[in-house]
Write a protein that binds this ligand. Structure first.
Ligand SMILES: [Zn+2]
Length: 190
C-alpha cells in the first residue's frame, strides 16, 4: 500500500473549496476525502492558461472530476457576494480581490451556511486569506514540498491603490499621505 505524503488533508473537512492557484499546483483531487467545490469563474481562469502543456493536463483532470462528481461547480448567490464585499471593505482588501476571488469566498460562505458542514477554502492568495479570517472561514494554503515558494513583494498604497517601488516600503504615499504596505505579488514559482 502506498502511503500518501499529504495524508493529513484527507479528513480535515467535508467540503473543500478550491481556488485557481490550487488547481494550478496540479494537486491530486483524490488526496481529499471530501467533495470539492469551485465556481465556474475559477474554471475559466484555469482555462486561460490551458495553452501550457501542464495546464491542459490539469484541465483534463478537472473535466474527469466533474464527470465523476468529485468536483462540483456552483455559482455563488448574490447575497453572499454582498457579504464578502462588505467585509473586504473593512479589511482593506476590497481592491486587492478580483471578482473571481470574491465569488469564491462567497461560495465558501454559502456552503458553510447552507450545508452546516465543515467547509475549508484552499487558496494561496494572501488577500483571500485576510477576508476569510474576518469572516471566520477556515482556509489552508498548499505550499507543499516540491513547490518552490518564492514571494515577490509589491508595495502599494492601501488608500489610493497605487503601486510603488520596493524601496518605498514603510514610506508615505506621495498622493494621499498614507503609510505604504506590502503584499505578495505572486506566490508560486515552479
Ligand atoms: Zn495613496
Amino acid at each position: 500500500m502506498t502511503h500518501l505524503k499529504n495524508d493529513d488533508i484527507k479528513d480535515k473537512d467535508q467540503i473543500a473549496v478550491f481556488d485557481t492557484n490550487i488547481f494550478l499546483t496540479g494537486i491530486d483531487f483524490n488526496l481529499f476525502k471530501s467533495i470539492i467545490y469551485t465556481t465556474p469563474y475559477v474554471i475559466e481562469e484555469v482555462k486561460v492558461s490551458k495553452y501550457m502543456e501542464k495546464n491542459r493536463h490539469i484541465l483534463n483532470k478537472i473535466y474527469a472530476a466533474i464527470e465523476s462528481e468529485k468536483l462540483r461547480i456552483k455559482i455563488p448567490s448574490i447575497k453572499y457576494i454582498r457579504d464578502v464585499n462588505k467585509k473586504s471593505k473593512i479589511t482593506g482588501d476590497l481592491n486587492a480581490l478580483s471578482n473571481v476571488d470574491k465569488g469564491l469566498i462567497a461560495l465558501t460562505l454559502e456552503l458553510s451556511v447552507n450545508y452546516h458542514q465543515k467547509v475549508n477554502l484552499y487558496t494561496n492568495d494572501y488577500s483571500i486569506e485576510n477576508v476569510c479570517s474576518e469572516l471566520n472561514i477556515p482556509y489552508t494554503s498548499l505550499y507543499k514540498d516540491g513547490i518552490e515558494k518564492k514571494i515577490i513583494w509589491e508595495i502599494y498604497c492601501p488608500n489610493c491603490k497605487t503601486i510603488h517601488k520596493t524601496e518605498d516600503f514603510n514610506k508615505i504615499c506621495e498622493i494621499c499621505g498614507l503609510k505604504l504596505k506590502r503584499r505578495p505579488k505572486n506566490n508560486i514559482i515552479y
